[in-house]
Design a protein around this ligand. Structure first.
Ligand SMILES: [Zn+2]
Length: 440
């Protein structure tokens, strides 16, 4: 494997080191200024709230006080007054509910985007003591991680602390499933996929016609017995709305359909239609056993309801048992209820995503890298292996970036400028039971 050191080195490391130091100092200074701005916006909001409280009703008169303050600040800053109103709201929320985060921003330890990620995710944690515990844990992480990883961690932790379970919220939200097409510029339209408008509207039209055909033979709940033959056809008990049926057909066709044009037909058994979707689902043991309904997630980020998680588990040919440390949540061991490549499964469970600092490429799309190259005596065991996406795997093999795995599964990355960055394995979010003190 050729490394860049094989070429004549260019001696610009000193300059690059100064640039990196300069940018770090700059980011700290910007963060401190952002913290000042947050305090100003929050103070502005407090003035507006005081003025509103001093006004007699109706609400509309009070609202005018808020708008007047927002417009005063907005015009001076050349910002839209609605934007200012939103920033005042956010700033008040941040200073009142997450004071340690504002301190961290002031000290330049995190950026404004980190702070907003903590505030946005933590808004659902209503109890002040729990919120403070949440803030402490997430803030500590924000000081070492990118905004994206901090956000994912914060959302998962907040999810565990929400008073209303994901199951209840999912049952309500799933009723609103739908497929919609929106026209966008230049002859295109959006079904959340960017498509030529003709295809996009055709997709919607086909789903609508199929949904109508289903509705046409459906009986309402009080209209006779389900699945009774009715004259020529069969009537089906179905109370779904047109929107819901369209959404179900959309998933069904994409997840099970066979493409009309399939160049692989002669080469792959079953062609493209035989390729099935794969997702990584994490389900806590108590949730799997039906004794709890929290903590299940897709690819370590999107929380899902327990019923869906259990249904996915039931339809799965095998699954991994992951033993985690009861306090830190670190993955200790993995075994499988079916033969399989245990080590790869361990890596996917422990790493969740690529282990280059800040990267969130899911483990199933990653290579398994020997931290110390096999060719240089590195062993093929989990203490020397990690998931790396193709981009960062190549960076490690082709440049002077080096990685060393520490006994706790952390990976110390050393940059060509000899700067160290430690990437810790993603801790599983730890159980919070009602009434228990936060476990951290
Ligand atoms: Zn990566």
């Amino acid at each position: 494997m050729s490394r860049t050191s094989d070429y004549a080195p260019i001696d610009d490391s000193g300059e690059l080191a100064r640039i990196v130091d300069g940018l770090c100092a700059n980011q700290e200074a910007v963060a401190a200024l952002e913290a000042e701005a947050v305090l100003h916006f929050a103070a502005g909001m407090r003035i507006a709230l005081d003025r509103m409280a001093a006004r007699p009703r109706p609400q509309q008169t009070r609202e005018m006080e808020l708008r007047a303050v927002a417009a005063e600040i907005g015009l001076a800053l050349r910002l839209n007054d609605r934007t200012v109103q939103r920033r005042m709201n956010d700033a008040l929320e941040l200073t009142e509910k997450f004071p340690a985060t504002v301190d961290g921003l002031s000290a330049g330890r995190i950026t404004l985007r980190h702070a907003m990620a903590i505030c946005d995710a933590g808004a659902v944690v209503e109890e002040p003591r729990e919120r403070a515990a949440f803030e402490e844990v997430v803030l500590e992480r924000a000081e070492r991680e990118t905004v994206a990883r901090t956000k994912a961690f914060a959302v998962a932790l907040a999810e565990r602390m929400r008073p209303e379970s994901i199951t209840a919220r999912f049952q309500r939200a799933v009723q609103a499933r739908m497929v919609a097409v929106t026209e966008i510029d230049d002859g295109m339209a959006q079904v959340r996929a960017i498509l030529p408008a003709a295809e996009a509207f055709a997709v919607h039209d086909r789903l609508t016609r199929q949904a109508r055909a289903i509705r046409a033979i459906a009986t309402e709940p009080d209209e006779g017995t389900p699945s009774q033959p009715t004259g020529e056809g069969v009537s089906v008990h179905d109370t779904r709305t047109l929107d819901q049926i369209r959404a179900d057909l959309f998933c069904d066709l994409l997840l099970t359909g066979q493409p009309a044009i399939d160049p692989t037909r002669d080469r792959l058994p079953g062609g493209l239609g035989a390729i099935r979707a794969e997702i990584q689902v994490t389900v806590p043991a108590l949730t799997a056993a039906g004794q709890d309904d929290r903590g299940a997630s897709i690819e370590g980020k999107a929380p899902i309801d327990a019923e869906t998680a259990r249904r996915l588990m039931a339809g799965c040919p095998g699954w991994d048992r992951i033993l985690t440390h009861p306090v830190t949540g670190m993955v200790l061991a993995v075994d499988r209820y079916r033969a399989g490549a245990t080590m790869e499964r361990f890596l996917a469970a422990r790493d969740v995503h690529c282990r280059f600092p800040g990267c969130r490429q899911p483990a199933r799309l990653c290579d398994h890298d020997h931290n110390l190259d096999w060719a240089r005596g590195g062993t093929t065991d989990v203490c020397n292996m990690a998931c790396l996406c193709r981009r960062h795997h190549t960076l490690k093999t082709e440049t002077e970036w080096a990685a060393e795995q520490l006994p706790d599964g952390s990976i110390r990355w050393t940059s060509p400028l000899q700067r160290d960055y430690v990437d810790e394995p993603t801790p599983r979010v730890v159980f919070l039971r009602d009434g228990d003190p936060p476990p951290f």
